[in-house]
Design a protein around this ligand. Structure first.
Ligand SMILES: NC(=O)c1ccc[n+]([C@@H]2O[C@H](COP(=O)([O-])OP(=O)(O)OC[C@H]3O[C@@H](n4cnc5c(N)ncnc54)[C@H](O)[C@@H]3O)[C@@H](O)[C@H]2O)c1
Ligand SMILES: O=P(O)(O)OC[C@@H](O)[C@@H](O)[C@H](O)[C@H](O)CO
Length: 489
């Protein structure tokens, strides 16, 4: 069978490069590149993308083998109808591995038409590495690489005011654009770069904070054989996502003229303040994902969809959102409820297999950013603890034991987190005292939480009580403590 490339896919087009993208991952390809593809086909945007691989190993070679092409499946509800559609995205001209071809990356910034820098380097990507140097090829961190590229651009065009970039980071961290700019400025200091460059970075470049939303499950490893037969060609970069999408960009309105997403009918909002959108999405959608994962997985389920089909786990998820997360948010209640209902519908999407274990990646830091604020706010507002969220924290500690009955769980988290749990569960003797010790150590683990959670009144007791139940009776029995409350009342 033929492989997908520009020879076999004759209708593909090439566009002049206007975008440099850091990240070749599933999300950017199913979200940003799909939007650029739409703008190319429905507006006069006419922009091609060069993709740089942010770390040494990744998919760039595969992307280049397919000459930038890949197939995107979008599956879910569109205009109230179930839609499953696919298309070949052709906006990526080529990819660069800066670890092998750094000069090629520098050259991209010499193109006067280059206008946008877009990134998604995961939550781990926007960091400051004090050992990064301007002379490195490349720098280790993404902001280090970006600073070096900006400097090359500044020198190439002698600081021309109109040669700056619109920078659109998509990392799911709070105020991503500001954080990125802050670190770029730190590198300017560290590398003693001239004031004129700093002024150019600040005045001629627009760093936007953005919030992205689309559930992307990635490469369909379970169904790739059927998909290949259906497509009639081999594509190693097939990506699957839902129909829903939203991109909120905090920045000046002129961005919509240069990046005409609205003309292409895309759900992109350019706003003055993205905070309410971010809080709502991260606390409700990502918060529910992260909180449901240990509970539903230990209950015996594998996907978000299955968790929504089971009456008990579905009740857990719904009550968690409506009774514990929403009351801690300050947006209009009706708006929050309607957003939450839409999220629950997306969780039920029958066309997308969203594996709980993929959501479980780095769960400790995700619980901190996506769920802990709800727990603290709920306690602050009501003087009580949100029982389902606390139950989920107990389930998280149980999950990191690394076993579902006799099955090993393949968990991935920072090394220090994995080491903490392996040392804690190693000496487990089944006693309640040992469970309390484990809970106390995890809650006091400030390296993850950035505060000592044992100071929250009643939290250690409640997490211990639930964990004892989960350990002794199993999740199917233990969950009744937090579902029957809502079912019975
Ligand atoms: N998949 C989704 O549904 C979805 C939706 C919205 C947001 N996101 C966000 O997008 C991010 C990426 O998701 P994905 O599905 O594309 O994953 P992926 O594994 O397909 O891609 C990860 C990308 O991040 C880069 N990367 C990984 N570690 C890095 C590091 N330490 N420094 C710099 N770059 C690094 C990789 O090179 C790769 O380009 C997630 O962290 C998530 O927060 C994902
Ligand atoms: O992608 P992660 O691993 O950061 O988080 C898992 C999910 O919560 C996330 O991917 C959501 O599906 C996404 O944020 C929806 O827009």
């Amino acid at each position: 069978m033929e492989k997908l490339n520009r020879n076999t896919w004759k209708e593909s087009k090439k566009y002049p490069v206007k975008v440099l993208q850091f990240g070749e991952g599933n999300f950017l390809r199913a979200f940003v590149n799909w939007q650029i593809d739409k703008m190319n086909k429905e507006t006069d945007f006419n922009g091609g993308v060069v993709v740089a691989q942010p770390i040494e190993f990744g998919l760039i070679d595969k992307l280049n083998e397919q000459e930038g092409l890949y197939t995107l499946f979008l599956q879910g509800i569109k205009n109230e109808e179930a839609v499953r559609e696919h298309s070949v995205i052709d906006c990526i001209n080529y990819g660069i591995n800066p670890y092998a071809n750094y000069d090629q990356l520098l050259e991209v910034t010499e193109n006067p038409e280059l206008r946008f820098i877009i990134s998604n380097t995961t939550e781990a990507g926007i960091t400051f590495e004090e050992n990064d140097r301007l002379s490195d090829s490349p720098q280790k961190s993404f902001p280090g690489k970006l600073t070096a590229l900006l400097y090359h651009r500044f020198n190439t065009f002698a600081g021309a005011e109109d040669k700056g970039f619109v920078i659109l980071p998509c990392e799911l961290i709070d105020r991503n654009g500001e954080k990125l700019k802050e670190i770029v400025l730190k590198y300017i200091e560290l590398w003693n770069l001239e004031l004129g460059f700093k002024e150019w970075v600040l005045q001629s470049n627009t760093f936007c904070c953005t919030l992205v939303d689309r559930i992307v499950t990635g490469y369909p490893r379970d169904t790739i054989d059927e998909i290949t037969t259906e497509l009639g060609y081999k594509d190693e970069l097939v990506v699957v996502g839902e129909q829903f999408h939203l991109w909120v960009i905090e920045g000046p309105q002129w961005i919509s003229d240069e990046f005409p997403t609205n003309q292409a009918g895309l759900n992109v909002k350019v706003v003055n303040d993205m905070t309410p959108y971010r809080t709502r999405k991260v606390r409700i959608l990502n918060g529910a994902h992260t909180a449901m994962t240990p509970v539903c997985y230990l209950y015996g389920l594998d996907t978000v969809g299955d968790s929504m089909k089971d009456e008990v786990t579905r009740d857990f998820i719904e009550r968690l959102i409506f009774d514990e997360i929403i009351p801690t948010l300050d947006l209009p209640e009706e708006e929050l409820k309607s957003f939450a209902s839409a999220v629950l519908e997306r969780f039920m999407n029958p066309y997308v297999n969203h594996y709980l274990l993929s959501i479980a990646l780095n769960s400790m830091s995700k619980f901190k950013t996506r769920d802990l604020p709800t727990l603290i706010e709920y306690h602050g507002r009501t003087g009580e603890l949100p029982r389902r969220l606390v139950f989920s924290l107990s389930a998280l500690i149980a999950l990191y034991k690394g076993k579902r009955d006799s099955e090993e769980i393949n968990l991935q988290d920072d090394d220090h987190v994995m080491e903490l749990y392996s040392s804690l569960w190693k000496d487990y003797d089944g006693s309640e005292d040992r469970i309390r010790e484990i809970v106390t150590t995890v809650l006091a683990y400030e390296k993850n939480w950035e505060l000592d959670l044992t100071i929250i009144p009643g939290l250690t007791d409640m997490v211990t009580e639930f964990l004892v139940k989960i350990e002794r009776s199993g999740m199917k029995v233990a969950i009744k403590d937090v579902t029957k409350i809502s079912l019975g009342n």
